[in-house]
Design a protein. Structure first.
Length: 281
C-alpha cells in the first residue's frame, strides 16, 4: 500500500502494487470501490456476481463493486492500482454507481487518448525496467487530479455526510444519518445510490461485513474490536452470509495466509476501514 499525495487524498484511498511470479493465482476480490489499474505484466480475469466475465487490459478500470468477484491472475503479473474514493469515482467518470457497477469499463470511455497514451508509456517503461513500479503512482495521480467532472456541491456534501456517518462508529444508526443531512429522505436515497450504489441501510450492511472481514483477516487488531464488530450481526449465519457476499470468503478462510488477506487491509478500503484504527486505540 502506498499513501496518495495530499492533492488527491480525497479522491484516492490508496495506491497498491500486486506482483506474483505464479502462473495462476485465483482469489476473490472484495466489494471494492472503483479501481484504476495499470497492468504491467500478466492479465486478470474477473467473474462478477451476476455471472459476467471480463479480462483486464493494460489500462483497466473496474467500476464500483456491490459484491465480491472471483478473480484469476494469469502471471507472472505486475499491476499498480489506485483505489478511488466514492467522490473520486464521480469526479473521474461521472457515472452513477447504481447504474454502472460490477464490470470493467473500457479506458477510452473514461480517459482521454492522451491520458491512455501516457499510462501505456509508463507501463512500457516499467516493463522494460526503466522505472520502478512505485513510480507509476505519479501518472495515476495525475489522471485522477485532472478528473473532468464537478459533481453538484450539495451532492458532494451529502456524500461526505454519509462517509462521516459510516466512520462515526462500528454500527451507526440510519436515523442519525437522516438527522445530519439537510435533504429529504428521497433525495438522500437518490444521492446515496449514485455515489455508493445502494440505499444507506445497504451501504452500512456492506461496510459492516467488510469491517468484520478486516478484523478476521488482521489478527493484530484487538479482541475488543473483534467482539464489538461481531455483536453488530444478528447471528452467526448472518455473519457468514454477509462476509461471503461481500468478500467471497468464509470467516475461517479469512484467517488463512493468502493474497486475499492483504486485499482486506483497512487502508485499501478507505472509509470502510476508517473506524477500526480509532476503535482499536
Amino acid at each position: 500500500m502506498i499513501a496518495p499525495p495530499a492533492e488527491v487524498a480525497g479522491l484516492i484511498n490508496t495506491f497498491y502494487v500486486i506482483e506474483t511470479a505464479e502462473e495462476r493465482v485465483a482469489e476473490p476480490v472484495p466489494a471494492y470501490s472503483a479501481q484504476l489499474v495499470i497492468m504491467v505484466r500478466g492479465q486478470t480475469r474477473f467473474t462478477f456476481a451476476h455471472g459476467q466475465t471480463a479480462a483486464s487490459s493494460t489500462i483497466t478500470i473496474n467500476a464500483p463493486q456491490m459484491r465480491a468477484a472471483q478473480c484469476v491472475i494469469e502471471g507472472p503479473a505486475l499491476q499498480i492500482g489506485a483505489s478511488l474514493t466514492h467522490i473520486g469515482w464521480q469526479r473521474l467518470a461521472g457515472l452513477p454507481a447504481d447504474a454502472v457497477h460490477d464490470q470493467l469499463i473500457p479506458a477510452e470511455a473514461v480517459l482521454t487518448p492522451d491520458q491512455i497514451t501516457m499510462l501505456e508509456n509508463a507501463a512500457a517503461a516499467c516493463r522494460a525496467g526503466r522505472i520502478a513500479p512505485e513510480e507509476l503512482c505519479a501518472p495515476l495521480a495525475a489522471v485522477v487530479a485532472a478528473a473532468p467532472f464537478t459533481p453538484r456541491a450539495e451532492h458532494n456534501a451529502v456524500a461526505e455526510a454519509i462517509l462521516h456517518w459510516l466512520a462515526s462508529s462500528l454500527d451507526p444508526k440510519v436515523a442519525d444519518l437522516h438527522a445530519s443531512v439537510g435533504v429529504s429522505p428521497r433525495q438522500l436515497q437518490r444521492i446515496c445510490r449514485r455515489y455508493f450504489g445502494v440505499a444507506p441501510a445497504q451501504v452500512l450492511k456492506r461496510f459492516r461485513a467488510l469491517r468484520a472481514a478486516m478484523v478476521l483477516a488482521q489478527p493484530g487488531l484487538s479482541q475488543e474490536v473483534h467482539d464489538r464488530l461481531m455483536e453488530t450481526f444478528f447471528d452467526q449465519a448472518h455473519l457468514i452470509r454477509d462476509i461471503r457476499r461481500y468478500t467471497g470468503r468464509t470467516p475461517s478462510q479469512l484467517r488463512q495466509e493468502s493474497l486475499g488477506r492483504s486485499l482486506l487491509d483497512p487502508a485499501a478500503h478507505g472509509d470502510a476501514g476508517a473506524p477500526l484504527k480509532s476503535a482499536a486505540e
